[in-house]
Design a protein around this ligand. Structure first.
Ligand code: KG4
Ligand code: ZN
Length: 333
């Protein structure tokens, strides 16, 4: 039996998971709440919180999996992309543990891991498939040839869609991270109440900076006329913004499916937890005769189980890294 301990610390979630022969045995996540009052992730505070959480969260993951350190065959960690100080905590811990236990070390690309989260449990997509990866830092359409070979065929040229959600929430005076709250209020609102412009980005690329500015001007104009506008129309504004963002994502995804002729379609990353996106994708999938794959909520946002499954594929190929490896905040895909 091959057992791997995986660690994720790229942003504001400290997570550890244990995998044996490709089956997840535990996945512990410590979410850092400290950033809420600052309206966004504060890198220095994230590093400090990772430092506090990493030992207990690893112990928890090992206990839940009923595994002791001597049973481990490899240690995996997120090398990048992410916040340098945050990545340093996970990578240093992983390196020290692997050195102490005299076992191999496996580096994982955070965005590859979001895609490979689809192999944590059934049903799993078959290759090749398309994955729309949508998070706080990325918006990508990925053509997945196999577990260790994938390429970006479309991506955002400016903001990530998660940022568009979070920045809209900030304009609406909602706490950070606002994406889940927009989702919640949108469920009670009318998506056609207000219209926002779709981006004109050519090909399979995205742009979300224009809509962000449009929302800002829209809200400034409305609140000048009625200072209570946001309170009185919160659900409708959330529903309309969410509707527009989802439309922008799915128009490009449909274009990618047509261009590649691939009809196995997956979504991944934090924003794939959005209930409107999940529902609309399923509806579009039925119309377009796609086979749609949507991970369970806990495997959409940052977690170490996805790092563990990525490490499992790398272990099988003997793809290990050296002790001299260092984190890459802007790790290339
Ligand atoms: O993948 P993730 O956990 O971290 C990054 O690697 O960025 O994604 C976090 C992003 C945040 O922007 C958050 O607001 C967004 O995912 N998010 C959502 C929802 N849940 C998380 N956005 C919209 N609706 C949701 N339900
Ligand atoms: Zn992520």
């Amino acid at each position: 039996m091959t057992t791997i301990l995986a660690i994720e610390s790229s942003c504001d979630e400290t997570s550890a998971a244990v995998i044996s022969n490709g089956k997840i045995r535990s996945n512990s996540v410590a979410t850092q709440v400290i950033h809420e009052k600052y309206g966004g992730v504060v890198p220095e505070l994230a590093s400090r919180a990772h430092q506090q959480h990493i030992v207990p969260i690893v112990e928890k993951a090992l206990q839940e999996a009923k595994v002791s350190k001597k049973d481990l065959n490899a240690i995996a960690f997120t090398r990048g992309p992410g916040l340098l100080g945050a990545l340093l905590v996970g990578s240093s811990f992983a390196k020290a543990l692997a050195l102490g236990l005299k076992i191999p070390l496996i580096e994982v690309h955070h965005m590859h891991a979001h895609v490979l989260a689809h192999f944590i449990e059934e049903p799993t997509p078959s290759f090749p498939f398309l994955c729309l990866t949508v998070s706080g830092g990325h918006t990508q359409i990925v053509l997945v040839h196999d577990a260790l070979s994938m390429e970006i065929i479309g991506e955002t040229q400016d903001d990530a869609v998660g940022e568009a959600f979070d920045k809209t929430a900030k304009l609406l005076n909602l706490p950070y991270p606002g994406g889940p709250l927009i989702d919640k209020y949108a469920q009670q609102g009318n998506p056609l109440a207000f219209t926002f412009p779709l981006s004109e980005m050519p090909g399979l690329n995205f742009s979300f900076s224009g809509i962000k500015t449009a929302i800002l001007y829209f809200l400034q104009d409305k609140t000048r006329k009625n200072p209570q506008f946001v309170e009185e129309n919160l659900a409708d504004v959330c529903a309309s913004v969410q509707y527009t963002l989802i439309k922008m994502l799915l128009l490009k995804l449909r274009k990618a499916a047509k261009k590649t002729g691939i009809s196995q379609i997956a979504i991944a990353g934090g924003v794939s937890a959005n209930s409107g996106l999940r529902k609309t994708l399923l509806e579009m999938g039925e119309k377009e005769q796609w086979k749609v794959y949507i991970p369970r909520f806990e495997y959409c946002t940052d977690n170490a189980a996805m790092i563990a499954i990525a490490a499992h594929f790398k272990y099988e190929k003997g793809d290990f890294c050296k002790q001299t490896v260092s984190p890459l905040p802007r790790m290339v895909f």
